[in-house]
Design a protein around this ligand. Structure first.
Ligand SMILES: Cc1cc2nc3c(=O)[nH]c(=O)nc-3n(C[C@H](O)[C@H](O)[C@H](O)COP(=O)(O)OP(=O)(O)OC[C@H]3O[C@@H](n4cnc5c(N)ncnc54)[C@H](O)[C@@H]3O)c2cc1C
Length: 274
């Protein structure tokens, strides 16, 4: 027999927005369920190497704290786990809160436990039943099979309007021309000395110099994937060779940085984003 559950509020998506919505609902006295397809909470803040919250302060030279509330509770939970967060003025001049994604996952778990929010991980929303344009029930799948959840109200915090789409809502993509916001490529570097100058000005200088020296590691889109241009194996360079020790051994830090950023710059160039 198919399992079924009944709640006041169901939040689909356990990213930062979903956790905030679920905690807010629970604080207002609603019996609340959060459904998340991953094995942990945090969404892109945990998945994508995003390790700083930009939105707690206004932008510019005189930052004013504008977000507290549940955001503050999340920061408190991270602080309770140890020295896991720090405030920093970023290269773009904004006051950011730097965090460690693994601690964020634990902090969000702890917050939901404290606020008595039920949450199902490893659980994917796969369908929605509507009556007169209102969502009444959703269908989910986990390792044990399918189940339904009914609620008085549903929150779509999937980041991609997945619940809205399954409920038949009309969606838009991007701006009037169909273009979404430019994407950031977050990444981790290793094998680079900690005191290398990574300021935007230094990166720009390194890229310009690397190009002038003729260091080219281009990656081209092909059949929907990024590929290297075919070249003799001895000359073969790809994004994967950035961190090889023999690329950097014996070089000064600036030249090593130049090679790394040349690779990154050309990744963008090859992807048509230059
Ligand atoms: C590469 C990158 C860099 C960024 N850099 C920064 C930065 O430096 N600072 C900053 O503040 N912000 C940054 N952002 C933006 C920030 O990550 C987002 O604004 C934030 O993650 C949005 O939170 P959210 O909860 O709305 O969505 P998400 O974080 O996308 O969470 C949505 C959740 O819904 C779940 N979900 C989706 N579909 C289903 C389904 N069918 N069933 C169950 N669960 C589902 C997903 O698994 C996910 O956990 C960056 C984003 C990216 C992608």
């Amino acid at each position: 027999m198919e399992r079924s559950y009944q709640y006041d509020i169901v939040v689909v998506g356990g990213g930062t927005a979903g956790v905030a919505a679920a905690v807010g609902a629970a604080k207002a006295g609603a019996k609340t369920l959060l459904v998340e397809r991953n094995a942990y909470l945090g969404g892109e803040a945990a998945n994508s190497g995003v390790n700083c919250f930009c939105g707690f302060y206004t932008c510019g030279s005189d930052p004013v704290r504008v977000v507290k509330g549940i955001g503050q509770l999340v920061l408190d939970e991270m602080r309770a786990l140890g020295p896991t967060i720090a405030e920093e003025i970023s290269a773009s001049g904004n006051r950011d809160i730097i965090f460690q994604p693994e601690y964020l996952k634990c902090a969000l778990d702890n917050l939901l436990e404290k606020e008595h929010v039920d949450y199902f991980l490893h659980t994917v929303l796969i369908g929605a039943e509507t009556v007169e344009n209102e969502i009444r029930t959703i269908q989910c799948a986990d390792d044990e099979g399918l189940f339904t959840v009914s609620a008085k109200a549903f929150v779509d915090a999937t980041g991609d309007a997945n619940l809205s789409r399954l409920a038949g809502a009309k969606l838009i993509w991007g701006n009037d021309g169909g273009h979404p916001q430019a994407a950031t490529l977050t990444f981790r570097l290793s094998g680079v000395a900690a005191d290398v100058d990574l300021s935007p000005a230094a990166v720009e200088r390194a890229v310009v110099r690397a190009k002038a020296e003729g260091i080219r590691k281009r990656i081209y889109p092909q059949n929907g994937k990024l590929r290297d241009r075919p070249c003799p194996s001895s000359e073969h360079h790809s994004g994967r060779t950035f961190g090889r020790r023999d690329d950097t051994d014996g070089e000064g830090d600036e030249k090593a940085g130049a090679r790394i950023y040349s690779g990154i710059a050309n990744l963008y160039a090859g992807n048509g984003a230059q």
